[in-house]
Design a protein around this ligand. Sequence first.
Ligand code: PMP
Length: 361
Amino acid sequence: MSPVYNFNAGPAALPKPALEAAQKELLNFNHTGMSVMELSHRSSDYDAVHQQTKQLLKKLMNIPDTHEILFIQGGASLQFAMLPYNLLSSNKIGQYVLTGSWSEKAVKEASFIGETNIAASTKESNYTSIPDLKNVHFSDNDAYVHITSNNTIYGTQWKQFPDLTHAPLVADMSSDILSRSLDVEKFGLIYAGAQKNLGPSGVTVVIAKKEIIDSAQTNHVPTMLRYSTFSKNDSLYNTPPTFGIYLLGKVLEWVESIGGLTKLEEANEEKARVIYETIDENNGFFSGHAEASSRSLMNVTFTLPNEELSKSFLTLAKERGFVGLNGHRSIGGCRASIYNAVPLEACVALRDLMIEFKQAN
Ligand code: PMP
């Protein structure tokens, strides 16, 4: 079979060694005579998987003891609501920085629950950049300040995070968690659907300051929407997505085997450089959507001179085994999602294809 280059935006490419490790023990996990999916979530065999996955995530992301790791279902989209249900009490304001469609969805959900405010936004410039928060006047009444660390659709990414003292910083990190080293201490709460850098869809990782979970006023909140239900029960109040957590563990083992987040960050920078350089060197034919200073290392978005050329480039790409290069319908053009598991070879192959196409047209 000729090579397939997976540039899907999510669910996305997973590291082959993680899939192979899972394949090897699919029918007989740890001498149990059954797959990991068939174990009771209360069994010691499953518990070992659960604990090891948590410990390895804590180690790789350098998560301090002040923060709790939770495994929740419902995707990042449920977090749009779960966050305000827990943190946005009646006399407080949820502050949102709008940097794309996912932040818009996050603030919309919060507005069903409490008072919200748009602290800053780059919507007017079609979300080509990350705003500067220097001149934003926050209020002492802020429950939290919510940002989207990487904007999957527009291809922009926060390079530096604001230092907030008045309220917790909350980040939707669905599309760049585990892609670079990070000071988790800076964040009150981080959430991410797994299906880009962490594993299969079905599990959502939440990393939250224990103090925030414990002080949340949730008497009116249904049990499954309280962070404390997950923290008090080690994410085992009800049946967790056991296979997703298991595969997340395999992905984390792969990350550790290649040298952790510093190594991944270097590799991600190199991969993105190959494609952005091609865009810049052929400027006029390929145009990047994001301003250079806000460029995402995870989702590279670009257009061709017209719709017709875009279409024929995507057709050629498809014929050559490139999958998932269509831009999101809201901005069109092309998008190469180059998450952790996408190898440098795929980015080099894309560069060669872009150059070949430009020369032929
Ligand atoms: N936030 C971001 C930044 C995303 O990229 C996505 C999914 N592509 C979501 C939220 C929604 O995630 P989910 O499908 O897990 O609800």
